[in-house]
Design a protein around this ligand. Structure first.
Ligand SMILES: Cc1ncc(C[n+]2csc(CCOP(=O)(O)OP(=O)(O)O)c2C)c(N)n1
Length: 635
């Protein structure tokens, strides 16, 4: 039995010797590598926090003390130390452990949102609550990476925490110099100045020896730390910045020296007010393939980069051609250059790409500024993270009718990252934005076509949304209906029973549904709207020529494309039932995309059954002709 297998909870760590802790760290690293290379997952970040997580759990008393992991992708070690070794092999598998903290999994898990830069705000609230409730013996710990620290919310929180002098709050900045890519920005430059400083080793030694001589508790300790800080002020800039905010600063601490970490954290805990502990770690430590990976230190396995054949790559390739033709087109990423497919654009036009850090709100308003000055920015963002920048899209971009294109990767069900990563909101919230135009390509050709159309729009914002993963082969239109593509007409001998409008890839699902329904004698016209906002008014006439309208979208059902179609038909007094299929408006668990879609009823089989029942309920009286009579042949 390994040491790790004997750890059923943090209390089992307490009796271990330093030598055993070293062995434990090695066992954890072995398991992290063996598991994530099989199941997929965040390898690099977790390898970097092994000693830190051990130290946190030896110093603090979870779950009485509260530990908030920012983003939560680096919480695997925490899972292993809180009784989940046996289940770890099920990581990110359907029904297995989630890839982030999960309140359902453990009382030691608190925050499962996985959207970065929130930990300090949660921690601020928790610590204030414990003060108010008269529970001063509890400490709140936030673990935040230097990448997550580039997010605006983190700074709003710091500003407030600095003023909450009674909060027993320990903020651990896990500084490895990397976000997905090397962390960018003014703060990052300060932090990296420390790491490359030739005097860094001396500083660590100095802190090590001085800390071990420091008094054990409270104010006197801080006097000592303060003295250290002042002494190294010329070498280390960040603490000056934190100090100017009014925050106590401890560091930098070698994040792989478990004993030293314990000493620093123990003293931070005893201080009794908010303290920031600056810890230097190495992303990917212990796995050469991660340590030496120059793209992202194996932030994720398999790599999140835009591989050939993926939607992101098709987008990225098209951006390179657009960039050659349109010198006014610039690109923005919020710390996701490679995963969003912008790496080639960055290589071709290094001056025309901006990595703003994990700062989606800033990305969008900065894009507004670029557009005001005559450029056409393309903001490439994962669908789920656009939620952050709704107000910026609405008020900063749309109100000013600015030509900004938001390219939303990973729209719809994404899979193993679970509830917080499914891109199921954008199709609804973007419907609310006046003047917004939303494109949903069904295949690679349409990604290029619709991206180009979006970039031609000069009077307001546009969205292009597409899913995660591999893109299928081209599906050609058989006819046009207004600006939409007709992919299939009911077929010989079948009536125009159902008008099925499938947004994006759901148009392809629609084709399979139509095949199944044809087998039951039900004629289906399948339309890909291409643009899901504004809804093409040609649907009004087409609806009148069928007996049932069906919409299918890979987005939450509430307020999405389907609701927009139903509204259009109501507004035109079309007396036609509309069945809107989409994702249930719930937080959907993790699992393979096809399984999540299956559970949501969005497979051809489920849809065909439900549509057959709906058709059966309709009266047989049929009106109007066949869309084939009115559609013009696609040229
Ligand atoms: C709002 C938001 N934008 C983007 C991401 C995607 N993302 C996940 S982890 C990560 C990098 C985090 O870097 P850091 O906090 O330094 O942690 P590390 O992985 O380096 O330990 C990013 C950009 C996210 N989770 N949330």
């Amino acid at each position: 039995m390994t040491l790790l297998e004997c750890i059923e909870g943090p209390e089992d760590l307490r009796g271990l010797s330093q030598e055993q802790l070293t062995r434990l760290a090695a066992e954890i690293r072995d398991l992290l590598i063996a598991t994530t290379t099989r199941t997929s997952g965040h390898l690099g970040p977790n390898l970097g926090v092994v000693e830190l997580t051990i130290a946190i759990h030896r110093v603090f008393d979870s779950p009485r003390d509260k530990i908030v992991f920012d983003t939560g992708h680096q919480a695997y070690v925490h899972k292993l130390l809180t009784g989940r070794v046996a289940q770890f092999g099920t990581l990110r598998q359907r029904g297995g452990l989630t890839g982030y903290p999960s309140r359902a999994e453990s009382e030691h898990d608190l925050v499962e949102n996985s959207h970065a830069s929130t930990s300090l705000s949660y921690a601020d609230g928790l610590a204030k609550a414990y003060t108010l409730r008269g529970e001063p013996d509890r400490t709140v710990v936030a673990v935040i990476g230097d990448g997550a620290l580039t997010g605006g919310m983190a700074w709003e929180a710091l500003n407030n925490i600095a003023a909450a002098k009674d909060s027993r709050l320990v903020m651990i900045v896990n500084d490895n110099g990397w976000s997905y890519q090397p962390t960018i920005g003014g703060l990052a430059e300060h932090l990296s100045a420390i790491r490359v400083s030739q005097r860094y080793e001396h500083v660590l030694d100095y802190i090590k020896t001085t800390l071990s001589r420091a008094p054990l508790v409270g104010g006197p300790l801080y006097g000592t730390l303060h003295g250290i800080k002042k002494g190294i002020k010329d070498v280390l800039q960040p603490q000056v910045m934190f100090e100017d905010l009014g925050l106590k600063y401890v560091g930098p601490i070698d994040g792989h020296d478990e004993r030293l970490l314990e000493t620093a954290l123990g003293r931070a805990r005893e201080f009794g007010g908010p303290v920031l502990v600056h810890v230097i770690t190495r992303k990917g430590l212990g796995y050469p393939e991660a340590e030496q990976n120059t793209v992202d230190c194996l932030h994720q396995v398999p790599a999140a980069g835009a591989l050939p054949g993926t939607w992101s790559r098709v987008f990225g390739d098209e951006m390179v051609s657009i960039g050659a033709r349109r010198p006014d087109v610039v690109a923005i990423t919020a710390a996701m250059l490679h995963p969003t497919g912008l790496a080639q654009f960055a290589a071709a036009y290094p001056d025309r790409v901006y990595d703003v850090g994990i700062a989606e709100q800033h990305a969008v308003t900065s894009a507004a500024g670029l557009a005001m000055a005559g450029l056409h920015p393309v903001v490439a963002i994962y669908s789920t993270f656009l939620n952050r920048a709704f107000d910026q899209t609405l008020m900063d971009v749309a109100l000013h009718k600015l030509p900004v294109t938001l390219v939303l990767d990973r729209a719809g069900v994404t899979g193993p990252d679970g509830a917080s990563h499914h891109g199921m909101w954008d199709g609804s919230i973007m419907q609310l934005v006046p003047g917004m135009k939303i494109a949903a390509p069904r295949d690679a050709e349409r990604v290029a076509e619709l991206l180009n159309e979006a970039i031609e729009v000069s009077g307001g914002p546009t969205v292009v949304r597409f899913p995660k993963g591999k893109v299928g082969g081209e599906v050609e239109a058989v006819a046009k209906l207004g600006g939409m593509d007709v992919l299939r007409s009911p077929g010989d001998g079948l009536a125009a029973d159902v008008l099925l409008v499938g947004a994006g890839v759901m148009a392809l699902t629609g084709l399979e549904v139509a095949d199944r329904l044809a087998g039951h004698g039900i004629g289906v016209t399948v339309v890909d709207p291409r643009w899901t906002k504004p809804v093409d008014e040609a649907l009004v006439g087409a609806a009148r020529r069928h007996r049932l309208v069906v919409t299918v979208e890979d987005n939450g059902r509430v307020g999405g494309f389907g609701d927009a179609v139903a509204r259009l038909l109501r507004d035109h007094d079309v007396d036609m039932p509309v069945k809107t299929f989409g994702l249930p408006q719930e937080f959907l668990a993790h699992g393979p995309r096809d399984e999540v879609l299956d559970e949501a009823g969005l497979t051809p089989q489920h849809l065909a059954r439900q549509i057959t029942e709906a058709v059966a309920l309709r009266s047989v009286s049929s009106s109007g002709g066949d869309v084939r009579e009115t559609a013009t042949r696609a040229s």
